[in-house]
Design a protein around this ligand. Sequence first.
Ligand SMILES: [Zn+2]
Length: 319
Amino acid sequence: MTSPPIETYDDGVIAVDTLMGGMTSVTAGYLLTAPRPALIECGPAKSIDHLIRGLQSLGMDPDDLAYLVLTHIHLDHAGGAGDVAAAFPNATIVVSEVGARHMNEPERLNRSAAMVYGDLYGSVYGGCTPIAADRLLGVADGDTIDLGGGRTLDLLYTPGHAKHHVGVHDSQTGAIFAGDSVGVKLPGMHHIRPATPPADFHLEAALDSLERYRQREPSRIYLAHYGPVDPPDEALAEADDRLRLWAATAEAAYHESSELDHVAETLRQRFQDEVDLAMFDDDPHGQQRVELLSGFESNAAGMIRYFTRRDDGTLTPVG
Ligand SMILES: [Zn+2]
């Protein structure tokens, strides 16, 4: 089992690469050091042993981890949570109250992921194992976690990418850990790319969530995929611009034809040049990384579902 790359950013922020799918720089887990340390995101179950080894290499004993904070319950963020709970028996698993029960009874989550991911479910993700209810802390907007030593984490309910999404605002560094709510920017990508997957992508909620982050005036934004985007005000403005542009592009295509292939292909033709393909000459995983996290088909499917529900009046407001 490989020990993953580890990078220290701001004071008390250590990124452990989860080596999702055996690839570097796909999904980060962020260890926040404090008397009661917290890990934000753990990556999928399939690659969780790398993450656990990474934490061990940082001197984390089984009793040391106090919290695992999940920004949301998509399996690339939360799939390994049951394994982390087993390896660190004192850790409380913090998750939006909207998604908490799925971590206790993950059968439905795993079933729908297996349908969405197909072969990748077995090779890259793996299923989430159940977490006992007394290990789970369901949180709502404005809840705070005390890491000791004066360090606290504010949980911000930030739906849009998913209805069970929370952002994490760290009092010590002023940084926001944004999960997928700001988008995705991997090595080789010129812009932040929105992540608008099914089943509950919601455009207005996603834009409102970006605005909530702006109001917090964060010192930095950390993406789960992958790393910090600086400066934070420009990153948030770019995320807003790009989300509106992707949505407008998808909507114009959707009015021509609501077929998934048509909308996905329109997005591909418009945006595929924004990834530096030359960079992938030496990196067989380059394109695969981007498609895995924020692929044209997934983004098109999420937006078609959103437009359809909006147009037939079945969209439920969130936030
Ligand atoms: Zn996600």
